[in-house]
Write a protein that binds this ligand. Structure first.
Ligand code: TYM
Length: 332
């Protein structure tokens, strides 16, 4: 049986990359799979978070998922800290994963930067918690953007080592699901850097909460090169900004990059950018209106998360009991 798990950190500045690389794909997968979607607040605190902002961001991510079309009745939608199985299995995986494996994680190196000695242990062990998120449900498929690939490979290694160490076939070897035309949305200011929540320049990303004028302005200001748009896919080589804007256009209008090239090849960026702004606004406006309505309705959003967490615990508790048996812990 296939079961999907995926998550988003409530660290603010939810952006177009999160939408195209993850949320939108979840909406299209929800009809064919059993899905569990999580606001990963335990991951967020690997870097200090202001408590009031963490609460607000948790509600905002949940609202964004629902507003985008994730059905909280059909799927399980909850925030991670409401299900203790995640932390519990993460500790067990801290004892399975090897220091050398975690030392290779590029995201830790990027996030810790020059201040490695000052990073939290949680930031270093982050991928173990991520493996626990997925494997606590024995989920099989994980829809994410391309930047999560290395973490998912580590989750596969953890599952395999656990199974080997204990001579069992207990955890599935998960499959990343990286789909669509925008699996790695790049910064609007620099085509070689990922669009990210933590980029200090707000013009580098389109935030899910940006109003129409801001979206139009950011796209108009997006970095490009002086050439007209290319007439073939090969013509995108060495033109990261053009490649990025064209793949965003393709993803937003449900077509391929080839289609975008056929339509805009040889034209000036000014024309293309105007159309790109139109499709971005057309896609995001209805979601934003619904998001605004939902974030103010704390009772509704908190109720959805609480109910989802109950359903999540009902799945993981028996799995964790089995893990205890496999390891040799006495039952409570
Ligand atoms: P996070 O919160 O950074 O991002 C959430 C999702 O958005 C995708 N994404 C992007 N996709 C395309 N282009 C981009 N520029 C871009 N930026 C972000 C991410 O790939 C992700 O799918 N570690 C995860 C959260 C997590 C998780 C999990 C995911 C915790 N446990 C278990 C899957 C399964 C993270 O930080 O995502």
């Amino acid at each position: 049986m296939s079961r999907i798990f995926s998550g988003i950190q409530p660290t603010g500045n939810l952006h177009l990359g999160n939408y195209l690389g993850a949320i939108r794909n979840w909406v299209s997968l929800q009809n064919d799979y059993e899905c569990i979607f999580c606001v990963v607040d335990l991951h967020a605190i690997t870097v200090w978070q202001d408590p009031a902002e963490l609460r607000a961001n948790t509600r905002e991510v949940a609202a964004a998922m629902i507003a985008s079309g994730v059905d909280p009745k059909k799927n399980i939608l909850f925030n991670q800290s409401q299900n203790p199985s995640h932390s519990e299995l993460a500790w067990i995986f801290n004892c399975v994963a090897r220091l050398g494996w975690l030392n290779r994680m590029t995201q830790f190196k990027e996030k810790a930067g020059k201040h490695k000695e000052n990073a939290s242990i949680g930031l270093f062990a982050y991928p173990n918690l991520m493996a626990a998120d997925i494997l606590a449900y024995r989920a099989t498929h994980v829809p994410v953007g391309e930047d999560q690939k290395q973490h998912l490979e580590l989750a596969r290694d953890i599952a395999q080592k656990f199974n080997n160490d204990f001579g069992v076939d207990f955890f599935p070897i998960i499959e990343p699901v990286i789909m669509g035309e925008a699996t790695r949305v790049m910064s609007l200011r620099d085509g070689s850097a990922k669009m990210s929540k933590s980029d200090p320049s707000d013009n580098s990303r389109i935030n899910m909460v940006d109003d129409v004028d801001t979206i139009v302005k950011k796209i108009r200001k997006a970095k490009t090169d002086p050439e007209p748009l290319p007439t073939s896919k090969e013509g995108l080589e060495g033109r990261p900004e053009a490649a990025n804007l064209m793949s965003i256009f393709a993803a937003l209008s449900d077509c391929t990059v080839e289609d975008v090239i056929t339509r805009y090849g040889d034209q000036q960026f000014s024309v293309f950018k105007q159309d790109l702004a139109d499709v971005a606004v057309e896609n995001l406006s209805p979601i934003q209106n619904e998001m605004r309505r939902l974030v103010d309705d704390h009772d509704y959003v908190d109720g959805i998360l609480r109910e989802g967490a109950g359903r999540a615990r009902a799945i993981t508790e028996p799995i964790i009991r089995e893990v205890h048996d496999v390891i040799g812990f006495l039952r409570a």
